[in-house]
Design a protein around this ligand. Structure first.
Ligand code: SF4
Length: 431
């Protein structure tokens, strides 16, 4: 019997790494267990620190799905530790980081997967058994998300599947994370999560089945949709998707772009949506939205969309990024004016990171960036939040003069981040 260990790294960048679920690791563990019935598949969860790489049992294959480059340095160190202890084990890796930093991946793993690689992963296990394992498997035939089963959660203890943190702002009922789609068709230039580069949706019946499984097995009352855009742009798809959620009676929250039609917002509210996060990123000027190519390039239109959600009783979480190209030293004042005017329920603010794999990282000079920190552990798309004690994130510098005007100094951006976080905390709006 082949022993397969699917490894979840520590998620060191989260204040509470146990709040979210390792959905991609669960998904691929499910895939491998279902299609290789003779394999013994385990999820090895390093979050929380109870398990250390130095004490892990041996496996024939260790599998890593690396979505964030901020995990890469830790995962590479885990691989080195395990190679020292179990020299014959193989290390398989895929995910967003491998797609974006392919060369580095080849240096550390025996086999890497690029693209949405379900069929290729199964092929690699068959090749390993036949003694002809390759180093790289690329997606050559589509592996649509709906072609495979949803993630089984029983690779984790129940306490790590369901918690009351997802809906802490809504009374604290039990909930968990889900993906009903993957990928994104938009091209925001700071983003690496538009991978695959088009939306892949699960079928409505699959959505209902997965929620009912979570209700039956884990007693959940809410789902936190981790989809990049949780209201599909296509109205026919959106209707089936939202009605499928609504049939289960669950409450839900998610994130979306600000260009959904009112009819879809109404359907979302009717299907149990209690909160939507909106990646506005910048509310200082339309020019910044154009530079980073947001789906909505109008601050005024974003303001109207917030009002629309408020009219339907959906709580609004505004997500902002400070430090984007084109931003000026007026950003703090403009942001406070905007927030006082639209009064969202919550606001999350991040420091900009020209994360490896993004369009801005590929051509920093075009955005006035003179230096990007090569240390991958300092890069994590929208993760670093700037608490009072930490000084991480913003791993880059602007030139004194950029194509969009004077380049902002890092110290000034950090100061603005601390000021806005304090302002939000005082008003109970920090998320
Ligand atoms: S920021 Fe959101 S909408 Fe923009 S490309 Fe990334 S996932 Fe898509």
């Amino acid at each position: 019997m082949m022993d397969v260990g699917v490894i979840v790294p520590s998620w060191h960048y989260w204040a509470n790494p146990l709040k979210l679920q390792p959905l991609w690791e669960l998904y691929y563990a499910t895939l491998i267990a279902k299609h290789l019935p003779l394999a013994n598949v385990r999820l090895i969860d390093l979050r929380g620190g109870e398990i250390r790489p130095e004490t892990l049992p041996g496996s024939d294959v260790y599998f890593y799905w690396i979505m964030k480059s901020g995990d890469a340095v830790e995962v590479e160190s885990i691989v080195a530790t395990l190679r020292g202890r179990f020299p014959t084990s193989r290390h398989f890796a895929g995910g967003n980081h491998i797609d974006r930093c392919f060369g580095a991946g080849l240096e550390h793993f025996d086999t890497v997967f690029t693209g949405t690689a379900e069929r290729q992963i199964l092929q690699a296990f068959a090749d390993l058994a036949a003694g002809r394992l390759e180093t790289h498997y690329a997606t050559t035939t589509a592996s649509p998300f709906a072609a495979f089963e949803h993630a089984r959660r029983d690779f984790l203890p129940p306490g790590r599947v369901v918690n009351c943190e997802h809906f802490a702002q809504h009374g604290g009922f039990p909930g968990t994370g889900v993906y009903f789609s993957r990928g994104c068709s938009f091209h925001c230039r700071f983003c690496v999560y538009n991978n695959p580069s088009k939306f892949e949706y699960r079928e409505p019946a699959q959505i209902t089945d997965e929620i009912e499984y979570l209700q039956r097995e884990y007693g959940i009352e809410g789902v936190n949709l981790r989809d990049e855009v949780c209201i599909p742009m296509n109205r026919i798809v959106a209707r089936g998707y939202l009605e499928a959620i609504g049939r289960t009676g669950v409450r839900w929250r998610g994130q979306t772009v600000t260009i959904a039609a009112e009819e879809m917002v109404r359907l979302a509210a009717e299907s149990g949506c209690v909160e939507l996060a909106l990646g506005l990123e910048n509310v200082e000027s339309d020019r910044v939205l154009e530079i980073v190519d947001k789906p909505s390039k109008s601050v005024a239109a974003n303001r109207r969309f917030i009002e629309l959600l408020q009219n339907y009783g959906i709580k609004v979480k505004v997500c902002l990024i400070f430090g984007l190209p084109g931003e000026t030293d007026a950003v703090l004042d403009r942001t406070i004016e905007f927030l006082e005017e639209v009064r969202p329920d919550y606001v999350a603010v991040s420091g900009f990171d020209p994360v490896p794999g993004s369009a801005i990282h590929a051509d920093p000079a075009a955005y006035g960036i003179t230096r990007i920190d090569p240390d991958l552990s300092r890069h994590a798309h929208l993760l670093y939040r700037f608490g009072d004690a930490e000084d991480v994130g913003l791993p880059f510098e602007y030139a004194a003069e950029t194509p969009f005007g004077p380049g902002r100094r890092r110290e000034r951006i950090v100061g603005d981040l601390r000021s806005i976080q304090t302002w939000l905390r005082e008003r109970g709006m920090s998320y």
